[in-house]
Design a protein around this ligand. Structure first.
Ligand SMILES: Cc1cc2nc3c(=O)[nH]c(=O)nc-3n(C[C@H](O)[C@H](O)[C@H](O)COP(=O)(O)OP(=O)(O)OC[C@H]3O[C@@H](n4cnc5c(N)ncnc54)[C@H](O)[C@@H]3O)c2cc1C
Length: 690
């Protein structure tokens, strides 16, 4: 069967996209299992597991299958399943002690940003003020997740999310300085470091005495991270590697002379202005000009034990500036996050001791993806904070500005904007803390959800800030209120740590890959109908029900608050429509789905909408069940989100499923774009003809 061959191919495509799967482990603390985690709901899969009789061989096979099944809601939704374990009830993972500790941190960190840090000054100076850097170091902000025995604050992901939310509320430039250091810069040492590496590097990194940077991107390799050219050649004695940047560097888009630290012979010379040349290894990196410790990814020769063949594979290294041969360019001039340092970093003949390999030799791609997957919830948390701050500014203006004899918040158009802004913030925040909690609970399958949270958060924050400027009218365009700075700062969040376009492909392809595996299972079941009767009967039943328009029989009513039943039904219906289209598209395109980007984008958009519906249903259900003072307001946010999101999914899926105009549209997009590229810009001339 074609479907049977699809999964590995999709996997390879994902690798090329730089978003291979990873299975992270919980970092710091896992809550004890027990009633506290499931106050009003029980996951269906859990119930099946609990009911199963583990003594019989069939039961043990079923148990193994159930265990192998992903607990990820996002993975399940591509298969038309409601996998509720990770999403219901909305997780509360902090114990009393952790909550208390976090409360003690929130006050001082908030005050620090309100009273000491000056975001406008940082932006103007294009660097974080020294008093802020010093103060942050004293607060422990450079080592939030480093274990306390190694000098850090020892926070779990949820606690970390709460603190980065405060940073995001006040200053994204500072946020990137801190994030590039700990969310990606030295995260690899935390996740993959040996005991010796951790003891050597983490104490100084946690105190901020040394600063870290993450070096993956190269001039010719951005989204296609697997194609890096930097090399690390092992010495004959095996004691060190020699690290050099890419040998071939052709920067098509910027032929202008630029500051360079290398001659064409790769011999070190004083800085000079020269055009890009093959021996000029350079990358853009946050903290590139400040860092003392770099997580660097380079190609290394790896011998296959079985065949003896030598292949180039990516390996991760911890590189110290003090090793020699590490230099950087001047700080880049940027549109936003100006306070953060972004600089090109050059590695020229750097001798890296073999004990500084991070993870396995040849396992660097996995290390890189693991680090990025692990950090994405932090971006969503920070941006939820940004939106909270921006919404307060918009509300303040709307409540005080009078036009046409009325406060402008009384006008419907302003009300709709404010309501939508609140919904976007609520969804982002709910996603951020859902993902961080899942990670703290030891979930291993959260990559699709983490990617969704990054996509959603970065787009929501952009929209919210843009609308804030609109509500503020001309005042919003001025520097003084500080909203234009936030808009500039926000733009990069849709680009770095995986562009949102690439992450959309990841979301859709990863989901399809899992569904594809199920379809391939169906293929073998057809060859052996008696051995796999259960699978075939289940599938036949589903297909018959779908054809009869009867729905799948799925329901969220057991896990959501009854006041949200209508939104739950909308979500289930949308999920069924989505899953039916995923299946139809996989059957139609088979492994060719990887090239159907118009389809994949629409699947990803609906996947994002669906996950958003489920996280707000979960959070609002918890608030209603526990009688939170804001429960009814949350119900409105949740219901409003679900009404619109379900309609979007319905329209998108209906169009993908059967609309012939959609096919015409895709053909047109392709042809228009091709014509533009051939023409070098707009094909049409001015209507005046000259
Ligand atoms: C301020 C700043 C800080 C940064 N900090 C760091 C850092 O600390 N460490 C680090 O390693 N990197 C860093 N980067 C690099 C950043 O991660 C990359 O810019 C990003 O990954 C995108 O790569 P690229 O710029 O080469 O764009 P490209 O990969 O060339 O992409 C260009 C466009 O093509 C799209 N595209 C690419 N491939 C496909 C495809 N297969 N299908 C559809 N669309 C596609 C992309 O989505 C994008 O829209 C930083 C960049 C900036 C601007």
């Amino acid at each position: 069967m074609q479907a049977a061959r699809m999964a590995p191919s999709v996997g390879r495509q994902l690798q090329r996209l730089g978003v291979g799967s990873s299975r992270p482990r919980a970092l710091v603390w896992q809550p004890p299992p027990g009633p506290a985690r499931r106050p009003y709901a029980s996951g269906a899969a859990q119930a099946v597991l609990e009911k199963s009789n583990s003594s019989s061989p069939e039961a043990s096979t079923r148990e193994k299958q159930a265990k192998a099944e992903s607990k990820s809601f996002a993975v399940g939704m591509f298969k038309g399943q409601l996998t509720t374990d990770q999403v219901f009830p909305y997780p509360s993972v902090l114990n009393e002690e952790q909550t208390q500790f976090l409360k003690e941190l929130v006050g001082p960190v908030s005050r620090f940003f309100e009273e000491v840090n000056d975001p406008a000054k940082n932006d103007m100076m294009e660097k974080v003020e020294e008093t802020t850097m010093q103060g942050l170091k004293e607060l422990g902000a450079f080592g939030l997740q480093v274990p306390s025995e190694l000098g850090g604050v020892g926070l779990c992901n949820t606690q970390y999310a709460r603190l980065v939310e405060i940073v995001g509320t006040h200053d994204l430039g500072v946020g990137i300085t801190l994030g590039a250091h700990q969310s990606i810069g030295f995260k690899g040492i935390l996740l993959f470091g040996t005991k010796a590496q951790k003891e050597k590097y983490l104490p100084k990194l946690a105190s901020g005495e040394t600063i870290a940077a993450f070096c993956l991107t190269e001039p010719s390799s951005g989204s296609d991270a697997a194609s890096i050219r930097t090399s690390a050649v092992p010495s004959p004695c095996g004691k060190y590697y020699t690290l050099n940047g890419s040998k071939i560097w052709i920067r098509q888009s910027s032929p202008a002379p630029r500051l360079c630290l290398f001659s064409t012979s790769s011999q070190f010379q004083a800085p000079l202005l020269c055009p890009p040349h093959p021996d000029c290894p350079s990358f853009f990196h946050s903290n590139g000009g400040l860092a003392d410790v770099f997580t660097v990814f380079a190609k290394t020769p790896v011998t296959d034990a079985a065949t003896g063949a030598v292949k180039e594979k990516i390996t991760a290294f911890v590189v110290e500036r003090s090793f020699g041969g590490v230099t950087h360019g001047p700080p880049e001039k940027k549109m936003g996050i100006k306070a953060s340092n972004t600089a090109e970093v050059y590695f020229d003949g750097v001798r890296v001791p073999s004990e500084n390999v991070l993870g396995k030799v040849g396992g660097g791609f996995k290390v890189a993806m693991h680090i990025l997957n692990n950090g994405r919830f932090g971006m969503a948390a920070a941006l939820a904070g940004t939106m909270r701050g921006i919404i307060a500014k918009a509300v303040d203006h709307a409540a005080n500005r009078t036009q046409f004899g009325e406060k402008i918040h009384n006008f419907g158009l302003i009300q709709e904007k404010l309501a939508r802004m609140a919904m976007l913030q609520y969804v982002t925040e709910s996603m951020a803390y859902m993902v961080s909690a899942n990670m703290d609970q030891g979930a291993t399958d959260f990559q699709i959800e983490a990617a969704i949270s990054k996509i959603f958060g970065s787009e929501a924050a952009w929209k919210v800030t843009d609308e804030c400027i609109q509500i503020m009218g001309g005042m919003g365009f001025m520097k003084e209120p500080g909203v234009e700075r936030v808009l500039r700062d926000l733009r990069i969040f849709r680009i770095f740590e995986g562009t949102n376009d690439i992450l959309r492909l990841f979301v859709a392809l990863q989901g399809c890959m899992d569904k594809g595996k199920e379809l391939s299972g169906l293929g073998s079941a057809l060859k052996n109908p008696f051995g796999n009767a259960g699978l075939l009967l289940g599938e036949a039943g589903k297909q018959l029900r779908r054809r009869a328009g009867l729905g799948s029989g799925l329901s969220l009513s057991a896990v959501i608050h009854q006041e949200l039943n209508r939104s739950g039904e909308l979500t289930v219906k949308a999920l069924e429509q989505f899953a039916a289209v995923v299946e139809a598209k996989l059957i139609k395109h088979k492994k060719g789905i990887v090239n159907e980007q118009f389809v994949l984008q629409r699947l990803a958009d609906s996947a994002i909408d669906l996950y958003a519906m489920v996280v707000v249903l979960s959070r609002a259900s918890r608030s209603l069940s526990e009688g939170h003072p804001t429960a009814q307001h949350e119900k409105m946010l949740c219901d409003s989100w679900c009404i619109e999101a379900a309609a979007r999914v319905r329209e998108n899926m209906a169009a993908l499923q059967s609309d012939p105009q959609q096919q015409e549209l895709f053909r047109n997009f392709k042809s228009i774009s091709t014509a533009l590229v051939e023409r070098g810009g707009m094909v049409t001339s001015n209507p005046l003809g000259f």
